[in-house]
Design a protein around this ligand. Sequence first.
Ligand code: NAD
Ligand code: TYD
Length: 338
Amino acid sequence: MKNLLICGGAGFIGSNFVRYMLDKYPDIQIVVYDKLTYAGNPDNLEPFSQDSRYKFLQGDIAEHGSVARALEFNRIDTIVNFAAETHVDRSILDPDAFVHTNVMGVYVLLEESRKHGIERFLQVSTDEVYGSIPEGAFEEGDPIEPNSPYAASKASGDLMARAYHVTYGMHTIVTRGSNTFGPYQYPEKVLPLFITNALEDQPLPLYGDGKQVRDWLYVDDHCAGIDAVLQNGRPGEAYNIGGENEQHNIDVVHMLLRLLDKPASLIRPVEDRPGHDRRYALDNSKSRRLGWKPEVGFDEALERTVSWYKSNEWWWRKIKSGEYQQYYEAQYGKRLKG
Ligand code: NAD
Ligand code: TYD
């Protein structure tokens, strides 16, 4: 593993992963391949833009020619695919781009990888492919029962990666991470949305009764988990990467408000998300056997995240002044008036 193509590296987890890998492996060469959709942000790549081991290419993972050129010109041997449409609410408003990138895009990447003899292919996936679980925790062999267009499109990617291993003998692996948070997360996901809204004294639109459960994972731990699976995972298999930290949404909101010293009156219960999964939970036994485990405690991770958004207003204010406003109106306009 020397020449990595990091697809979707201009997004939240991808950009954190590039930094993680550059810090950890002195001899690595990294090419970020990213379409720069609304969620892809060159500002996320700024911290390592001068590193000679790093290079950026703009391109769509669903375009054969452009992927083929990226692989050939850079002698890529390993691909880690973060590129995806990632927000459940957007997939409910308009699933089209989700099928393009998360289904077709993953297929094109796999097919070009096969043609170009790529040695290792890691598909970054999500716990949402399993669906909701009232109690206990999902293991990798459990059936996948995705409930949102986002989750269903991601599940397709998992299955295609598996099929390329079984059919063509390719070294493909899938990771299924839980809800991730930390610096550089686009403020449509609940934590950065609520942190930045609270900093602006704007309402925090809490879906339904707020008793849904998510398993929160700090981004550095997610990156370490992906690296562990990339190095030591068995081809053709999937690995859960969970935070081992289940929280009700409403409790997380109160923790945030305390950290920000803002009043609970900012919380605004709004109409629920259709098909809203009640609870996610992952069994990490398999990834723990690779020597990985989540390291950063939730309180500390939340503090670090809040403090990053407080000190980097320039980053999120720029985002919130653009395309974001139309999305916000479509998603929350009626909810917040109702
Ligand atoms: P993100 O939305 O912040 O970034 C996605 C990136 O993919 C952006 O840079 C975007 O420009 C790029 N992209 C989108 N379509 C593309 C295309 N067709 N071709 C090339 N690039 C394209 O996402 P994220 O939160 O960093 O998530 C990264 C991956 O991790 C995704 O595959 C997601 O499903 C998975 N995941 C995310 C979470 C989470 O909580 N955020 C949890 C588990 C798994
Ligand atoms: P989100 O960050 O969208 O992640 P996911 O749906 O992929 O788990 O949402 C996390 C939880 O927060 C989920 O239960 C939905 C809830 N939520 C709200 O209550 N209000 C919001 O405005 C958003 C975006 C999410």
